[in-house]
Design a binder for this molecule. Structure first.
Ligand SMILES: [Zn+2]
Ligand SMILES: [Zn+2]
Length: 210
């Protein structure tokens, strides 16, 4: 069973008689953001929508980047147009995320922003050209039938935007390996590590770098 959840209309510069060209549907608990191929013209149009976070969070809980969660729906803003049979989608997404810091184990919030560009080719044409003709950098995709579903592309971009190692801040000092004190909040009284010459070399390297 498909149900239309809500719809959004296009237009960075609202035009007269703007029609609804894209719509969200939910099917078996997954959301689809579909655009009718026939409604994509050579002249660029704008579209913004909010993609629900649950589908991404489900992916996160089962895969890589498992430390991350989205806190809210993903804001997507894009323009789309065609050149012949190829469809172009260019825009940016923003999302509020949270994770446990890999160094200090504190939960923190952060924002991600990611520009993206998808070029979609009809499957029949892609088969003719052959897969090797296009560089495999994730920008290129194929579409079937008379609709393009943007949701899986958006979800993929969100996953790519999440750092592999979540840090509450670049210079997080982490936990003391001896007493577990969070060194961002407190100094501890643990003795300096004893003078292993190899460690000393590492320490001096660190000092030089900063
Ligand atoms: Zn931290
Ligand atoms: Zn300590």
């Amino acid at each position: 069973m498909e149900s239309v959840e809500h719809a959004t209309s296009g237009g960075f510069e609202p035009a007269e008689g703007n029609v609804i060209i894209a719509f969200h549907t939910r099917n078996a608990g997954v959301t689809y953001m579909k655009i009718k191929v026939d409604d994509i013209a050579a002249e660029a149009k704008g579209l913004s929508f909010r993609e629900p976070e649950e589908d991404v969070n489900r992916l996160l809980s089962h895969g890589v980047r498992g430390e991350w969660r989205l806190r809210a729906p993903i804001d997507v803003c894009l323009s789309y147009y065609r050149a012949g049979a190829e469809l172009f989608f260019e825009g940016e997404l923003e999302a509020s995320t949270g994770a446990l810091c890999a160094r200090c184990a504190e939960e923190f919030d952060s924002e991600i922003e990611r520009p993206f560009r998808f070029i979609m080719t009809p499957r029949s044409m892609a088969d003719e050209i052959g897969a090797a003709a296009e560089p495999d950098d994730g920008e290129y995709g194929v579409y079937d039938g008379d609709e393009v579903d943007l949701s899986p592309l958006i979800r993929e971009e969100v996953l790519l935007a999440l750092p592999t190692r979540p840090l509450c801040r670049e210079d997080c000092r982490g936990l003391c390996p001896r007493c577990g004190t969070n060194l961002n909040q407190d100094e501890c009284r643990c003795p300096e590590p004893a003078g292993d010459p190899r460690l000393a070399v590492l320490r001096s390297l660190k000092i030089q770098r900063s």
